[in-house]
Ligand binder design. Structure first.
Ligand SMILES: [Zn+2]
Length: 49
């Protein structure tokens, strides 16, 4: 599932892929701790849910 986060520097959205994690009671997604904004190259930290 793709999550859309806004880059702190340029404010544009960036799609971040979250790997599905199957558990018995809920569907969760494992997201990287940080990701590179492809356009401006800035490193962003993944915000908490
Ligand atoms: Zn940016």
């Amino acid at each position: 599932m793709e999550f859309d986060f806004a880059c702190w520097r340029c404010g544009e959205g960036n799609a971040v892929w979250g790997e599905p994690v199957t558990s018995w009671w809920t569907q969760r997604y494992r997201l990287p701790d940080e990701w590179d904004r492809w356009r401006c190259g800035e490193i962003n930290a993944t915000p908490d849910d």
